[in-house]
Structures are given as C-alpha cells and as structure tokens.
Design a protein around this ligand. Structure first.
Ligand code: 26Q
Length: 786
C-alpha cells in the first residue's frame, strides 16, 4: 500500500504541478496525497452506490455542511493514518504540517451544519444508505480577525487551490427554472468514507452555473459587461453562505439558494427513481425518505408536488398524498425569530407555480382541520399562508410524516409549549432524536493520545464504532495509575494547545492552569457576556484581596459574530478589552488570563476540545435546543459548567450531577417568573453586579466612541436583561467557587473528568443516526459486499 501510494502521489505531482516530491510545497503534497487516496477508493464508492440503489435510501437535505478538513479524518477511517504518517516521515515530511495545509470546508455556520457533517460520517460508518444534498458555496463562512479588539471579516476562498476531495459530475447536471432565468445545477460529489468499512457514502453539493457561460453576440458587439452578466447572475446563487445562524432574513438571494438546492436535489431523486422503478410514484415512499434539516429546504415539498403534477401528470391530491409519505422535518430552534416566513410576493416573483402549490396545500389542510371540527379561529394559527407570508415550519409539519426535536428537553418544550397546538393535532408525528457527535473526528482523530490509551485499556479499537463500550472503563475509576496517565494526556493536549495559541495569537498560556473554555457562535442567549462579567468580577476581587486563594485559571473564548449583529460584536470587543486589562496587569501576574482566539472553526475546535478542563455551556435555560460542543468536551474528559438546558440535561443525567457544575434558573423557574423579573433590583442590591455592569459606562473600558458598551449596559439595565444574566450571576459565581474547590483536589478532579468520558457513549452520532434510520426513515443497514 505504502509504495503504491507513493507512486500514485509522484504521478499526481507530475501531472498537476510538474514537480517531484522533493520540490513540492506542503499544499501540493496535500493535494497529490488526497488525489492518490481518491484513486484507491473509487471502486468501493461505485459499488456502494450500486448496492444502495437496490433498497430504500434516505436523503439529508441541508443548506449547511460544516465539514472542516478531510485528509486526517479520511486516513483514520481508512485505517491508513499510521502508514501514511510513516511514508511521509521517510520522505522527511511531517504529516501534521500536511494536514495543516488543507483549508477547512466551512460550508456551515455552527451546530446545525456540523451536525449534518457528523451524520454523514456516522451513516457511512454504520453502513446506512444516506446521501447528503447541499450547496457548494464558492465562499464558506467568513474568516474572522481582530483589529484593535473589534471583529473584522474577510472572504473565505476555500477553493483557491481546488478541492481534491470532490468530483464534478458534469453528466448529472440538472436545470433549475426561476421565473426570470434558468440555470444549471452541477453536482460535485465528495466520498464519505465509512470507518473500518467498505461502504463509501456520498455528499452531493450543487454548484450554480449559467446555461451559456458567456454571450458571444454581446461580446462581438462590444458589450463586454453584458456578455458575462448572465454568468454572474447564475454564479451569485451559490456564491456565498449566509453568515446568519438565527434570524430570518427575508433576502431574495437566500430564497433563490433554497429553491436551487431543493429543485436540483428532488429532480435528482426522481430521476433515479424513474430509472430504477419506472414512472410509478405510488411506491415513492417505499424507496425514498427525505429529511429536512430545519426549515431551510422545506420548499422541497411543493417542488416534489410540482414535478409529479406538471411533469408526470399526477392529480394534485395524489401527489400531495405521496409527498406526505416522504418528508420528515427536524426543528433546531426555540427562538421565535428563527422560524422562517417568506413574503408571498417574493415567492411569486421567483417561482409563481410554487406559490400556487403552497396555496393548494394550505386549502386542503384547512379542509382537513374543518373536518376534524376545528373552529375558524383555531384554524388561523395553523395556516401555512397567512398575512401575506408563507410559514415554512407550518408547511413542514402539515405535510411531513415526522417532526423531531434535537434533545429531550427541546422536544418536550416543542410538545408542551412552542408547538403544543400541533402536538395536539398530530401527536403521532412528534419524536425526539437527541443529537450526537462522531467519535472518529472528535476523539479518534483529534485526541490520538487518549484514543490509544482507551484502546490499551479495552484491548481493541471496537469502541470507535461502539462508543457505549467506554462505560466499561468505569471499573478503573479508583486506579490511581490509570487516572494519572489520563491526566498526563490532558496535560499533553494542553501543552500542544498552548504552543499553538502562542504561535497564532501571540499569547503565552500556562498549561498547568485550569483551561476554562467557551467556544460556540456568538449570541446573546449563549451568554458569553455573563462569562466575561464574571471574569471581570474575579479580577476586581483579586485586586482587592491579594490572598484570594484560587487555582491559576485561563479563560478561553472562540466565537464568530454575525457581521450585522451589533450587540454580538460589542461582546467580542468588550471581552477583548477585559482580556487586555487583565493580561497586562503586573499585579495579577498571570493568576488569571483571558484569550479570545481568532477565527474559531472546526480545525481549531479539534485542538481546543481535547485541551479543556472545563466545558462552559451557560445559555439561558430553554434557549439552546441541544448543543453539540458540550458533547465534544465530555467525550474528551471535561466536566460541564452549565445550565439545565438542551442536552446538558442528558449529559448530567449520564455522568452524574456531582461530576458537573450546574447553576442558574431552570426552565420551570423562568416560566414562573415571567413578567416579574426586574434586572435593576439585582443591579442595585448586589455590589459585584453593580461594579461590573457600571464598568460598561464609567470609562473603565474604551470602545472607540462607538457606543457599543453603552448598548450592552442598556440591554442589561434599560431593556430588562431578556436573557437573565443578572438573575443567574450569583449562582454562576458560586458554581465557579465549586470548580476551584474541586480542582484543588487533584484526585477528585481526575475522577470527575474520567467519569464524564466513560459516560459519553450515548452521545455518539452513530446512536443518533441508527435511531433516525429505524424510527423515522425505515431503512436498513446495508453492507457493501462487492
Ligand atoms: C435562516 C434563514 C436565513 C438565513 C439563515 C438562516 C439560518 C441559518 C443557520 C438559521 C439557523 C441556522 C442554524 C441554526 C443552528 O445551528 N442551530 C443549532 O442546531 C444545533 C444542532 O441541532 C443545536 O445543537 C443547537 O442548540 C442549535 O442552536
């Protein structure tokens, strides 16, 4: 294998770049090695497709896939990591440097996009016939850097040096029609390699192109701009990922993107159905299930009906009935502002036929409700088309055969509160599917030291595919030598992170300090500001009391703010100012340190999770649907410091409340308080709170006259502190005291951390994907035996 790979690499280097291995740059080595690996998997890939097409398949429709890097993960899944590492070493090349040469594929914002990527990996490993459909954005999520502590953004041109992990399938191009234009959707297929399996699944991403790349007649008559106008208009559709991960933004281009994705994907599914089973659609749901990742791809429903009615001449009611057997919908959010509503005028302007179909679905649905005895007023709240807009969640629940939340608490909130009316109408549709993470990337790849130790203790590597086996490690919980080794590995990962942070951020960290880490998109509800107010209070207390006895602590943040989200950007700036003040204070002498890392992304996450002592998950209870970063920390042996929100509830149930640091109001307590909360009381009656909140307006910090800090002050004091930061402040502080207490006792801490790792088994996305397969899609695990 080694020699074969080397020969293939040399050939690739020659044809692509005209260089030898000795002359090649790191990027060129990355690219040629990846192409060489592609060559070795093609047969298994084609055979997997062949075998899958015989039975029922599921399709994941998602506007986002936050894949990160492919090389390291693919080597792990192929079982070739060590071999290739040796091969490169013989050539005087460090495999880490080659991995670092790969750009992240950042075609997603955060949790929802990363979940889609974990699901792809798990489906392949579990040999589940699932195919992903998405958009091949030319620009992924923006890159972030800090200038004077302010967030700045620049474009992510991840394709500048090409993508060796995808194949353009020109022959499978489809056309997508808008009212005013027609475009090509060209598929790019990426292999999703199953760990320790011959199964290779497919992620198909569509690129938008003009039918003619260039208007020759316009060019000849000297109209150069006009000659490329249509090309640019088509390119725009798959040009960039919208960097928003909550608010609905009624943007025309975003709606075009959504329809582009679903029209191409549904046409593709129907084309393969017709090829395999003929023009018979009564059996569509016997062969296909389509999972809608949030409301973003919900237009797939009217698009399928359009194709069946207009192209294959089915009756509308029959087409609707068929659609009802095919679609299932996942809800990822509780925030009301995130529920997508599209202006009907926009829909009509872009695709009038889709508007007609949505209205027909709405009419049929109203009739169904009338038959069930609902009154006119009651029916109004269910309407799909209402007040000039189309409500995508309503469309998805009315037509889909299943609706699921992403953690137990989240599903309960949907059933009991947010979607209670729907739950009463269709109780049988509602399911819970607690999220998960892939143990390949989030342990086996990113923490090879810990992985090898686990394998040594368990005797083999079967845990990588059956994470529940970690539970067997609990029998070692009182063995000092084992705990010592476990904590030594943690220390090694902290040293590696400290080195990287020194190189990239220029900040020196002490690996023996507590690494307290909060990494996630920046949002008011995720409460990074609460964390920073706490750190500032701790700083003030240290200044007052030189003898305050706390273990040395490093507070690490990573987060991108939506470029138009002023308050989120204010929190970035404020945290950077607090960091500057603390890190430069000679008196503090490094007792506490704060670092906000630049450009947090999947490949950075792989360095942060394994090095964490403490996982910060501090959202206002009831706001975080699940969270998945919390699971990555747990798997790498970090206790959770968090509220009873999202999947934290299940994490604590699995690992024990005594092994985590839970604080803050619960969902029930917040419900009870509704309307009676007055943040000013907390501000006026608590000196610590007053001091840190006042620092926002008393000149302690400089926001460059932008008014950003005053705005933060107003959010807490004048606008009522909607996310209850001040209400949870004292409880937060007490929980931090418990952390310090626990950390001082090395053995106790080691046990807490170890206990978390041992109980992370249920958070494998392998478990999640098998639940979707059995309980929603009704598809079978199918081994590639060819
Ligand atoms: C919608 C319309 C227009 C533009 C953008 C959007 C948009 C894009 C992305 C709306 C939402 C998102 C992403 C949401 C998201 O990441 N939600 C997270 O999903 C995770 C996986 O289920 C959960 O763990 C998190 O709790 C949830 O916040």
């Amino acid at each position: 294998m080694k020699n074969e790979l080397k020969v293939s690499m040399e050939r690739q280097l020659k044809i692509k770049y005209g260089v030898s291995i000795e002359e090649a740059s790191k990027g060129e080595i990355f690219s040629s090695l990846s192409s060489a690996l592609m060559e070795t998997i093609i047969d298994n890939w084609n055979n997997t497709n062949k075998i899958y097409s015989k039975g029922k398949q599921a399709y994941y429709l998602s506007a986002e896939y936050l894949m990160g890097r492919a090389l390291g993960n693919n080597l792990i899944n192929l079982g070739l990591y060590e071999e290739v590492s040796d091969l490169l070493k013989e050539l005087n090349i460090d495999i880490n440097e080659i991995e670092e040469a790969e750009e992240d594929a950042a075609l997603g914002n955060g949790g929802l996009g990363r979940l889609a990527a974990c699901f792809m990996d798990s489906a392949a490993a579990m040999e589940v016939p699932l195919r992903g459909y998405g958009i091949r954005y030319s620009n992924g999520l923006f890159k972030q850097y800090f200038k004077d502590g302010f967030q700045e953004e620049c474009a992510d041109n991840w394709l500048t040096y090409g993508d060796p992990w995808s194949i353009r399938r020109e022959r499978e191009t489809v056309k997508v029609k808008f009212k005013d234009m027609e475009v090509k959707a060209v598929p790019y297929d990426t292999p999703i390699i199953g760990y320790d399996s011959k199964n290779i699944n497919t992620l198909r991403l569509w690129k938008c192109e003009a039918l003619e790349s260039f208007d020759f007649h316009a060019f000849n008559s000297g109209k150069y701009a006009k000659a490329v106008e249509l090309k640019n208009k088509a390119d725009d559709i798959s040009r960039v990922l919208y960097p928003n991960d909550d608010m609905r933004q009624g943007k025309l281009l975003r709606l075009k993107q959504q329809y582009f994705l679903v029209s191409a994907s549904v046409q593709d599914i129907i084309r393969s159905h017709v090829k395999l089973h003929g023009e018979n659609f009564e059996n569509l749901s016997e062969y296909h299930a389509i999972q809608l990742n949030d409301t973003h791809p919900v237009l797939a429903i009217p698009e399928l009906i359009r194709i069946l009615v207009d192209d294959y001449k089915l009756k509308f009611d029959n087409a609707l009935k068929i659609a009802k057997g095919v679609f299932a919908y996942t809800n990822h959010t509780i925030l009301a502002e995130a529920l997508e509503k599209w202006d009907n005028k926009l829909i009509v302007a872009l695709f009038p036929r889709i508007m007609q179909i949505i209205k027909m679905i709405d009419t049929r649905f109203i009739n169904e409700l009338k038959r069930k005895g609902y009154s006119k007023e009651e029916i109004e709240e269910f309407r799909i088309v209402k007040d000039g807009v189309s409500r995508m969640a309503n469309l998805a629940i009315a037509v889909g055969f299943a609706v699921n939340g992403v953690a137990k608490l989240h599903t309960d909130i949907l059933k009991d509160i947010e979607l209670n009316n729907w739950y009463k109408l269709y109780p049988e549709k509602f399911q819970n599917k607690t999220n998960g993470i892939t143990p390949r990337r989030w342990l086996r790849l990113c923490n090879r030291e810990l992985s090898h130790f686990i394998t040594e203790l368990l005797g083999d590597e079967s845990w990588v595919k059956d994470l529940s086996k970690l539970k067997e490690l609990e029998k070692f919980i009182n063995e000092e030598e084992i705990l010592k080794k476990f904590m030594m590995i943690k220390h090694t990962k902290k040293e590696q992170l400290a080195k990287y942070i020194k190189e990239t951020e220029g900040v020196e960290l002490d690996p023996s300090s507590i690494f307290d880490i909060q990494i996630k998109r920046l949002h008011e509800y995720k409460r990074q500001l609460l964390n920073t107010l706490y750190v500032l209070d701790l700083y003030f207390r240290l200044k007052e009391d030189k003898n305050l006895d706390i273990p040395k602590t490093t507070f690490i943040y990573g987060a991108k703010a939506f470029p138009g989200y002023r308050r989120a950007k204010a929190i970035v700036k404020f945290t950077n100012e607090v960091a500057k003040l603390i890190n430069n204070d000679k008196e503090i002498d490094g007792k506490i340190k704060v670092v906000f890392v630049e450009n947090y992304r999947v490949s950075y996450a792989e360095k942060l999770f394994p090095a964490a002592d403490l996982s910060k998950q501090i959202s206002t209870a009831g706001k975080e649907a699940s969270g998945t970063g919390n699971m990555k920390f747990m798997l790498n042996g970090a206790p959770t410091f968090g509220t009873m929100d999202g999947a934290n509830v299940e994490i604590v149930r699995e690992s024990g409340e005594e092994n985590n640091f839970i604080f803050g109001l619960t969902v029930e307590e917040i419900e009870e308080m509704r309307g009676n909360y007055n943040s000013k009381e907390y501000y006026e009656n608590n000196a610590s709170i007053k001091r840190v909140v006042d620092s926002l307006i008393d000149g302690t910090f400089d926001d460059g006259n932008t008014g950003l800090f005053e705005d933060l002050y107003n959010s807490l004091i004048e606008e009522g502190d909607g996310y209850l930061l001040l209400a949870d402040f004292e409880s937060f502080k007490k929980a931090e005291d418990r952390v310090f207490e626990a950390y001082k006792d090395e053995k106790r801490w080691a046990k807490m951390a170890f206990k978390n790792m041992c109980n992370a088994g249920m958070f494998s996305s392998d478990r999640t994907i098998l639940e979707y397969s059995k309980e929603i899609w009704n598809i079978k695990q199918t081994k590639n035996t060819l």
